[in-house]
Design a binder for this molecule. Sequence first.
Ligand SMILES: [Zn+2]
Ligand SMILES: [Zn+2]
Length: 342
Amino acid sequence: MPIEQPRAGSSLPPLPNSTSRLAANAQAPDSSASTITAIDVDAAEPSGLDDFVIRASEGRDQPTAAISPDLALCARCLRELFDPADPRYHYPYINCTDCGPRYSIVLRLPYDRAATTMAAWPMDALCACEYHDPASRRFHAQPVACGECGPGYWLAMLDEVHQSGVEERLGPIPHAARLLQAGAILAIKGLGGYHLACDARNPDAVAALRNRKFRKEKPFALMARTIELARTLVELSPAAEAVLASPAAPIVLGPGRVTLPHVAPGTDELGVMLPYTPLHHLLFAAGAPELLVMTSANRSSEPIAYEDADARERLAGLADGLLVGERPIARRVEARLIAAEP
Ligand SMILES: [Zn+2]
Ligand SMILES: [Zn+2]
């Protein structure tokens, strides 16, 4: 970005003189999602800029920017998700510049909304207002959406499709939570693909999943509703807990403290992750079992399913139902697995 000192008489505050101070200021203390990986400085003639703007990408040059990874729901969006007074109350695609999808929605570069899988949903006044407001944490958040203008979720059972209407947006999620509670296996669309989920403490459900997936030995990952619950399952050092709760939301593998039938046969280790999408939080809040098996949706040795039609076809006979999110996934992203530090 071109930067120059304000002209004499300008109301803008002067910039720090050293680029290292500028970089230090740019790393906001509460913005754990961002990291400056490199700074290149080139001297240039002043061109009389007198405002701060984010210009539309011209797309002339070969893009060099790395696409950011998808990020777990941030604390502020989580608060909004469960605030009945918030316009995005219970909206399963709530996000901001600190959280949400990036890599999994990019169709091409530069990274603008029109080049993402959100292009099909024009922003309404609320979202557009935040998107264009430099003071909002949704300023240029490309996937910004709300229940009025954005995509939703619906539940598809084996031969029957329950499409949720605008007023019944929460409908499919409590239904899915009840099915999981009753021992069903559901395919749930996440950020980078579908997961197969079932109650990890229901041995019949886990055994059925293992049989249907043709996965005799390999351990299943777990999703624990809270970090307190995760601690009771796996021995976690403070460093491992920090990784578990980080925006990358990986599966952390560590020595198991409990034995869950059929979850991880033949090993003393368990892999656990925390809820990282708004949908996961909504499912738990709606009464889903607080410990779920959450494994990539595929048969053994196939890649994770991420396209809806493909998922329906490939997961028939594997899942009892599909919780389908309308926002398309541009490319599959497998879960990150990290071994806990001893
Ligand atoms: Zn957020
Ligand atoms: Zn909106």
